[in-house]
Write a protein of this length. Structure first.
Length: 212
């Protein structure tokens, strides 16, 4: 059975957990030693979460423990979802308190009201959802130099092979992309693009003409 020293410790522990996690965190101790299904709650903090109080009846888990013929085989339930009659969603953990023979004599339960969190999660999901979520995210550049580098990277990605393996047609395709993206509006971009693709200015202008 749950002795007075055990209850003193459990009361201290329950109070500490409830204070740490706030008013949405209910902590309950069920006394199973007397088999009293109608009044198993021996201790409760933040009982407003489920509307229960000391002396109220057993939960489903407590009733199952009382009815079990082999309580030693019963395992703790951690991080499971439960719902109250008025629709609150709770994240729950149930830990069995056992005697020296391993028989469950009590239950220490933590029930955290996550109703508002789930509503916020859904709101955030809707807010962050995009109609083109399967596409590569748009990059935000700090300056035009970075922007040119990113456009060159995108042109290589479009072709699908490194510059060293590109033939003339591949480079024309890359130049077409850069031209369409406005890369040549950036000052001295032609020099950088020529150097990157290993071509001359004359060849660049030739590729630009071919890409039109």
């Amino acid at each position: 059975m749950l002795t007075s020293p055990n209850m003193d410790f459990l009361r201290q522990l329950a109070k500490g957990i409830a204070q740490q996690f706030g008013p949405c965190c209910e902590v309950v101790v069920h006394d199973l030693s007397e088999g009293n299904a109608e009044g198993s709650i021996a201790l409760i903090e933040n009982g407003h979460v489920t509307g229960r109080k000391v002396g109220d009846g057993a939960s489903h888990v407590a009733l199952e423990a009382m009815n079990s013929k082999d309580g030693e085989q019963m395992e703790d339930h951690l991080g499971y979802l439960a719902k109250t009659k008025d629709g609150k969603a709770l994240k729950c953990s149930t830990i069995y308190i056992r005697d020296e023979q391993g028989k469950p004599v009590g239950i220490f339960a933590i029930n955290y009201d996550i109703t508002m969190m789930l509503a916020m999660e859904e709101s955030l999901r809707q807010f962050t959802d995009t109609s083109k979520s399967d596409e590569e995210p748009e990059r935000i550049s700090r300056n035009v130099g970075d922007l040119l580098d990113e456009l060159i990277d995108q042109s290589v990605h479009l072709v699908g092979k490194p510059v060293a393996l590109m033939n003339k047609e591949d480079k024309v395709q890359a130049i077409r992309f850069l031209n369409d993206a406005g890369a040549f509006l950036i000052t001295k971009s032609g020099d950088k693009i020529c150097k990157f693709f290993g071509i001359s200015k004359y060849t660049l202008y030739s590729y630009m003409d071919e890409s039109k």
